[in-house]
Design a protein around this ligand. Structure first.
Ligand SMILES: Cc1cc2nc3c(=O)[nH]c(=O)nc-3n(C[C@H](O)[C@H](O)[C@H](O)COP(=O)(O)OP(=O)(O)OC[C@H]3O[C@@H](n4cnc5c(N)ncnc54)[C@H](O)[C@@H]3O)c2cc1C
Length: 428
């Protein structure tokens, strides 16, 4: 049992403390609801900066925020760290790894997970980047492989340790590729003078005809040119068809020896068991109406990446980005507090991606630009979006230090629980 005290107020259970769930719980603090916020982790994660943790550019703790600290002094918010396993809507209860709990209103904000499109090998052997622990695992893999490469005199075998393939040319793939290229340029010659950095190949394979499909054509072209200047081997219309942990194969017959393949090629909604009568839309997302309510359910809502809301302007659902999750939770909070049914209207504030030092692309509603000012804006927006004053300061200091010294002293291998099926583990 989750041991939540009785309350005279209606109970709102929120599953997921990501951008949507966390923000909603904040808005419902000190209101006439009993709020139960359930997440697998005891912290809120800032996913847009995962790649910097993976590239040893930021401390993991500077991009997360402990839930209990965030809700200090909010007696109506109860936090439980558990995985929700099933929704039993007829009984208005959910099952969790800690037991079951009753709800008056249920908010599903479970986000999205990596989509391997049914390929078991990709799932088994590639590295995803959807959680902080995956970012840390990737950091360990990259650094451990450089260490292994030092002890591998044979060229072909060494390539396997140092070459990296990134699949997917969306913001995550582009940001990772740029960051890796800078690591190769600035860090490798200093940390690993025995390795020839020119031997390190970074591949970015994009199945579509351009990078950053969710952004403008201008942004896609600029990102391509920035990455190529940094020496990343970007290939468009390139489909990866197989990976066995040692060799990557592509549809056009290319075979590359690389132990590290980073999978940034797709996501799908984190739907939960139960709710057999609900409609699941494209991308494994719950179909919701404009008031965020699941179709045919009067007391279950979905927000953020997991929600698929068709509107005139967004007939294929809203983009799966942080602003949508935040704005949806703001609208639902207002509706719940004021007992209203206002329809959600998304205000697109723009999108951006950084490619490296002084290089970013930025699509604002009225203008598109790239380069140094886009990069400055990217830094500012991400800094401001981080939760917690300490996190903002630490990240800013890290970035300043990195900018001035071209070096970061976070390249430590701290072993977390590794993938049991990792080829690397089998080898050692
Ligand atoms: C690497 C990466 C980079 C990104 N970069 C950007 C960017 O630059 N700009 C941008 O706008 N967006 C970016 N995004 C997308 C953005 O992070 C998401 O759109 C946003 O996080 C969605 O918010 P959410 O609340 O719907 O889900 P999330 O923030 O994903 O939160 C879901 C929460 O639910 C919890 N959860 C899931 N299942 C369960 C369960 N069964 N039981 C209990 N808890 C559960 C998870 O632990 C998590 O805390 C990025 C995403 C990734 C992965």
């Amino acid at each position: 049992m989750l041991n939540i005290p009785d309350s005279p107020h209606p109970r709102i259970v929120i599953i997921g403390a990501g951008f949507a769930g966390f923000n909603l719980a904040k808005k419902l603090r000190k209101k006439d609801f009993q709020v139960v916020l359930i997440d697998k982790f005891n912290y809120h994660q800032f996913q847009p900066l995962f790649y910097q943790v993976a590239m040893a550019g930021l401390e993991p703790t500077s991009i997360i925020f402990p839930l209990r600290k965030a809700f200090q002094g909010s007696p109506n918010v109860h936090i439980r760290i558990a995985k929700v396993t099933k929704i039993k809507d007829e009984e208005k209860r959910i099952d969790t790894t800690l037991g079951e709990i009753y709800y008056d209103q249920l908010i599903i904000a479970t986000g999205a997970t990596t989509n391997y499109f049914g390929n078991e090998d990709f799932k088994k052997f590639t590295s995803p980047l959807k959680s902080l622990s995956e970012a840390l695992a990737l950091r360990n893999e990259i650094l451990s492989d450089f260490e292994q490469a030092l002890m591998t005199p044979e060229y072909e075998e060494r390539q396997g340790f140092i070459d990296i393939v990134i699949v997917g040319g969306g913001p995550t793939g582009v940001e990772l590729a740029g960051s890796l290229a800078e690591m190769r340029k600035y860090i490798l010659p200093k940390d690993y003078p025995e390795l020839d950095e020119k031997e390190v190949d970074i591949y970015l394979f994009q199945g579509g005809s351009r990078l950053l499909m969710g952004m403008s054509d201008h942004a896609g072209k600029k990102a391509l040119s920035f990455l190529r200047k940094l020496g990343v081997k970007v290939e468009l219309n390139k489909r990866v068809t197989g990976f066995d942990g040692t060799f990557v194969t592509t549809k056009d017959g290319q075979k590359i020896r690389a132990h590290k393949v980073i999978w940034a090629a797709g996501i799908k909604g984190n739907c939960l068991d139960g709710l057999s009568n609900c409609e699941i839309a494209r991308g494994n997302r719950y179909l919701v109406d404009e008031q965020h309510k699941l179709k045919d359910f009067k007391d279950i809502f979905a927000l953020g990446d997991i929600a698929y809301m068709k509107t005139e302007k967004y007939p294929n659902g809203h983009p799966q980005v942080a602003q949508v999750a935040i704005q949806q939770s703001n609208n639902l909070a207002k509706n719940l507090i004021k007992n209203k049914s206002n329809a959600f209207v998304y205000k697109d504030l723009g999108s951006m991606a950084t490619i490296g030092r002084n290089k970013a692309v930025c699509d604002l509603p009225r203008m598109k630009f790239s380069g140094f000012f886009a990069w400055l804006l990217w830094l500012f927006v991400h800094l401001m979006s981080l939760i917690g004053f300490k996190n903002k300061i630490f990240v800013m200091l890290n970035w300043m230090w990195n900018y001035m010294t071209y070096d970061q002293s976070l390249r430590v291998i701290i072993n977390t629980k590794e993938k049991p099926n990792s080829t690397r583990i089998q080898k050692t």
